[in-house]
Ligand binder design. Structure first.
Ligand code: SAH
Length: 221
């Protein structure tokens, strides 16, 4: 599937639609969406749908988010080149590739609890030139202190509350962008900014429906 599709042209059209509908405002985030081939991060049978604004299945009951949702998260993250980012939920690696474009691949650590998804995500990242992104197999609800501090922690799976381990390794004014809610698919996108006194300023954004973050400081398996 997808043979004969003009992916670069589809990619430009997707970005145009995201700009026109108001999801994409930041020039750097727009450049990231134009640079990263989404078709390289979806299953072969879904390639022709790679540029539709819908979540797509990636196996093991998980999904790659709709581009508009990823755009909202990346705009909220306000990333600058050289900032250090921890992503929770590697999945296909698509979101991690966009992060790598924005801050540089060596500054991105992404965690995935499912080993086979982690391997798939790692090989997808390498195939588009982002082999320097660090993919860690483990429970992201516990963070990844080995590579702390971070300027941003961005989660693509939903937790009941912000795990404590995400706040400590943030350099003020570090940001946490994460779907948080009392039921796994019913969340709001929370943007938390660490103040210099160590407390978090919390802002609640758009309603969203991410897969559950399963871990010691999140939902039980
Ligand atoms: N960002 C991904 C989408 C991932 S879907 C992409 O661009 O494709 C969410 C992912 O979070 C799933 O792959 C799931 O296995 C993973 N996940 C769930 N709980 C986790 C945890 N505690 N630690 C790390 N990964 C987790």
């Amino acid at each position: 599937m997808g043979r004969g599709v003009d992916f670069p042209a589809e990619r430009v059209r997707m970005v145009d639609r995201l700009v026109r509908s108001g999801y994409l405002k930041d020039a750097a985030v727009r450049a990231a969406f134009l640079a990263v081939p989404r078709e390289a991060f979806v299953r072969p049978e879904d390639r022709s749908a790679a540029y539709q604004d819908v979540p797509l299945p990636i196996g093991s009951g998980q999904t790659i988010s709709a581009p508009s949702m990823i755009a909202i998260m990346l705009e909220e993250a306000r990333l600058k080149p050289g900032e250090r980012v921890l992503e929770i939920g590697t999945g296909s690696g698509y979101h991690a590739a966009l992060l790598a474009f924005l801050v540089g691949p060596r500054n991105v650590v992404t965690m995935e609890r499912n080993r086979s998804l982690a391997e798939w995500g790692r090989s997808n990242l390498a195939a588009v030139g982002f082999a320097d992104v660090t993919v860690v197999v483990g429970d992201g609800s516990l963070g990844h202190p080995d590579r702390a501090p971070y300027d941003c922690i961005i989660a693509t799976a939903g937790a009941p509350r912000i795990p404590g381990a995400w706040s400590d390794p943030l350099t003020p004014p570090g940001r946490i962008v994460a779907p948080i809610g009392s039921s796994p698919p019913g969340q709001v996108l929370v943007v938390a900014t660490r103040r210099s006194d160590g407390t978090l300023e919390i802002r609640e954004g758009t309603p969203c429906a991410f897969v559950p973050l399963v871990g010691a400081q999140a939902w039980p398996a």
